[in-house]
Design a protein around this ligand. Structure first.
Ligand SMILES: [Zn+2]
Length: 198
C-alpha cells in the first residue's frame, strides 16, 4: 500500500479533491471523499518506423486516494495520513499522441494515383509511418516506473514524539498541548498537500 507518492524528476503530479456534491457549482462544506492523483510522466519522444521524430506521446494516469476512515484502515495516525492509495490500481486518464500516419504509395508505384487503396501493391507493407502503441505498452511503462519508485515510509521519533511521512509531519506533544496547532491539524485531517503543515 502506498501512503505518499515520491515525485520523480520531470513528472507532473496533480491532486484533485473529489467531493460528494454532484453539483460542482455549489460545492458543499463537506470534506473531500477522495482524491484523484493524476500523474503525467515525462513525454516520450515518438518516432516513426524510419526513426524520424514525429512528436511526443504524453499519457496521464489516474490513481484514487481513499479515506482510511471509510475503509476502516488503522495503523498510521489519521492526522499524519488519512488517505490510502493502491499503486496497482490505476487507469489511463488521457492520452496526447501524434496523429497516426496513413500509408502512402512509393514514388515508383504504378497505383499511386489511388491513394486510398493498397490492395494491388505492397506499399502499405513497407510503410514506416507512425502508429500509436496500444495501451498495454503504456501500462508496462508505468509498471516499470512503479517498480523503480522509492516509496517513503512513516517514521516516529520517540524523543520528540514527531511522526514524519515524506514532507508531512505531525507532533503528538504539540497536538496535545497547543490548541491552535490541534485545530489546524483537525481541519486538515491528514489531507495531502492541503492547508497548513500537519
Ligand atoms: Zn503502392
Amino acid at each position: 500500500m502506498l501512503f505518499t507518492w515520491q515525485n520523480r524528476t520531470n513528472q507532473l503530479i496533480e491532486i484533485q479533491p473529489i467531493f460528494s456534491s454532484p453539483n460542482p457549482e455549489q460545492p458543499n462544506s463537506e470534506p473531500p471523499i477522495g482524491f484523484n492523483i493524476l500523474v503525467t510522466p515525462t513525454s516520450r519522444f515518438a518516432m516513426d518506423g524510419n526513426g524520424f521524430h514525429v512528436g511526443y506521446e504524453t499519457v496521464t494516469y489516474k490513481w484514487i486516494a481513499y479515506s482510511k476512515r471509510e475503509l476502516g484502515i488503522a495503523g498510521l495516525p489519521y492526522l499524519l495520513s488519512s488517505w490510502v492509495v493502491n499503486p496497482n490500481e490505476f487507469e489511463i486518464e488521457s492520452k496526447d499522441l501524434p496523429d497516426e500516419e496513413e500509408p502512402i504509395h512509393q514514388d515508383d508505384c504504378e497505383f499511386k494515383d489511388d491513394p486510398d487503396s493498397f490492395d494491388n501493391c505492397d506499399c502499405a507493407e513497407f510503410w514506416n509511418g507512425y502508429y500509436p502503441p496500444d495501451d498495454d505498452f503504456f501500462y508496462q511503462e508505468i509498471h516499470s516506473i512503479l517498480e523503480s519508485t522509492n516509496w517513503v515510509e512513516a517514521e516516529f521519533d520517540p524523543d520528540t514524539r514527531e511522526w514524519t511521512l515524506g514532507y508531512t509531519s505531525f507532533n503528538v506533544n504539540e497536538y496535545q498541548t497547543n490548541q491552535d496547532y490541534a485545530d489546524s491539524c483537525n481541519q486538515d485531517d491528514g489531507m495531502p498537500s492541503f492547508g497548513s503543515y500537519c
